[in-house]
Design a protein around this ligand. Structure first.
Ligand code: UDX
Length: 432
């Protein structure tokens, strides 16, 4: 099939590259001329395992093309995915200006039937607006269908999430659009749920909000664990074995971050408010997440007493492992607070250092974890990279000023570290 993807961010690039890999002819369009020039040469602006290889391969076999002309992408494709950014406005609502612009451009350049697929995370009823916008600006009465096909891929495992999704959601209004979209996804051989458009839009918001709720719930349980001397990892394991609960997204830690959960939760709260519903549960989830970040900082203070003039090592900057994405990364808030209180903060991350240098001006960037730990009064693990799970603890202990590890992602066995002579502080591991 000839398809185009408008917007070459995370979702757009992964979707485009994977559809090309499945044998389709794909054009990825973006109005960022420099980004497109780089992508045409195979230079990918984000770190995502496997993505660069798939892009390079499909550029070579000419199944994948990049263009800064949205017009030409619209003209040559039967299926057009909208994957432009929907950044948060100050009031938490999603800014849909990009989507409206693209809908107008599509309308003005369509020269035959098109399926227009909404992939960005958008408020319920956005597809209805896209349809209305296209109907208003369309030149000659070409027919078209609008589809909601929300994306559930996670950064760090995006290619695998695209090719092996738990489900594919297709919100459609016509048999023709259902047939085209189903055959596009058929090679993946994964469950497809066909719904009406508004249900599909809500499935995305409801899923992200529910996952964030699971995380805030287990983080709240971690607080109780600390107070009574229970271990939240054991509690989560015991809960997760109940198939009604499931074991995923029950890892307590420093709070969730990233480009999706914080933004989508805000957007969902404000959508509900507009509809006349006060989504109190989600407000509590958001507040618990903010609390959790402060809680880790408080644990450090409880142990170090005075932060001023202490040297503190922070391992991990990205909001999760296997990405260089720093958006809403809990590590950043923590580092800023420590610096503000007068600490010297030494940082190391396997992939996110270059991006972090742009805005963490006062931190000391180190070449590896041992250099970060050298002469530190405290070492904090803020992102659970594998590299940190497998470190040489004897070497680290020698370089630290004080063998204190704050494991904000609960990746270590407290007994193991205590036996090696470290003071161990986890989240919900019975420390209080
Ligand atoms: C999320 C959704 O999972 C995905 O379906 C959607 O398309 C985009 O948003 P992503 O933000 O890439 O994906 O990462 P995810 O793995 O969901 O993690 C989000 C945040 O939650 C990270 O900061 C992570 O560290 C945190 N998290 C996750 C926890 O703190 N505990 C957990 O148990 C799981």
């Amino acid at each position: 099939m000839n398809i185009s993807i408008i917007g070459s961010g995370y979702v757009g690039l992964v979707t485009g590259a994977c559809f090309a890999e499945l044998g389709n002819k794909v054009i990825c369009a973006d109005n960022d001329v420099k980004k497109i020039a780089n992508l045409t040469k195979g230079i990918v602006p984000i770190y995502e395992p496997g993505l660069e290889e798939v892009i390079k391969l499909n550029l070579k076999n000419k199944r994948l093309k990049f263009t800064s002309s949205i017009k030409s992408a619209v003209k040559s494709s039967e299926v057009i995915f909208i994957a432009v950014g929907t950044p948060a406005l100050e009031n938490g609502e999603a800014d849909l200006t990009g989507i409206e612009n693209v809908a107008r451009t599509i309308a003005q350049n369509m020269d035959g039937y098109r399926v227009i697929v909404e992939k960005s995370t958008v408020p319920v009823e956005t597809c209805a607006w896209v349809k209305k916008t296209i109907s208003t600006y369309i030149k000659k009465g070409h027919k078209f269908d609008v589809v909601s096909n929300p994306e559930f891929l996670r950064e760090g495992s995006a290619i695998n999430d695209f090719t092996h999704p738990d489900r594919i959601i297709l919100g459609v209004e016509s048999a023709k659009a259902k047939q085209i979209m189903s055959s596009l996804y058929q090679p993946l051989n994964r469950p497809i749920l066909v719904t009406n458009i508004k249900s599909a839009e809500l499935i995305k918001h409801a899923s992200n909000a529910f996952l964030a709720t699971k995380i805030s719930f287990i983080n709240a349980i971690s607080r109780i664990c600390d107070k009574v001397g229970a271990d939240v990892k054991e509690v989560a394991e015991g809960m997760g074995l109940d198939s009604r609960i499931g074991r995923h997204f029950l890892h307590a830690g420093i709070g969730y971050g990233g480009s999706c959960f914080p933004k989508d939760l805000e957007a969902f709260i404000s959508i509900a408010e507009k509809l006349g519903y006060d989504f109190e549960i989600l407000k509590a989830v958001r507040d618990a997440n903010e609390e959790q970040k402060k809680f880790v900082l408080q644990k450090i203070k409880d142990e170090l007493w005075i932060i001023k003039d202490k040297t503190i090592a922070v391992l991990g900057l990205a909001f999760k492992p296997n990405t260089d994405d720093l958006r809403n990364a809990p590590s950043i808030d923590l580092i800023r607070s420590l610096i503000q209180e007068g600490a010297k903060v030494k940082v190391y991350d396997p992939k996110a250092m270059d991006k972090a240098k742009e805005f963490l001006k006062d931190a000391v960037f180190c070449k590896d974890l041992y250099q970060a730990g050298s002469s530190a009064d405290c070492l904090i693990v803020a992102t659970e990279w594998n590299e940190f799970k497998e470190m040489d603890f004897a070497k680290l202990k020698k370089s630290l000023k004080r063998p204190l590890i704050v494991d904000a992602r609960n990746i270590y066995d407290p007994k193991f570290l205590k036996a090696k002579g470290f003071t161990y502080i986890g989240v919900g591991r019975g420390n209080e």
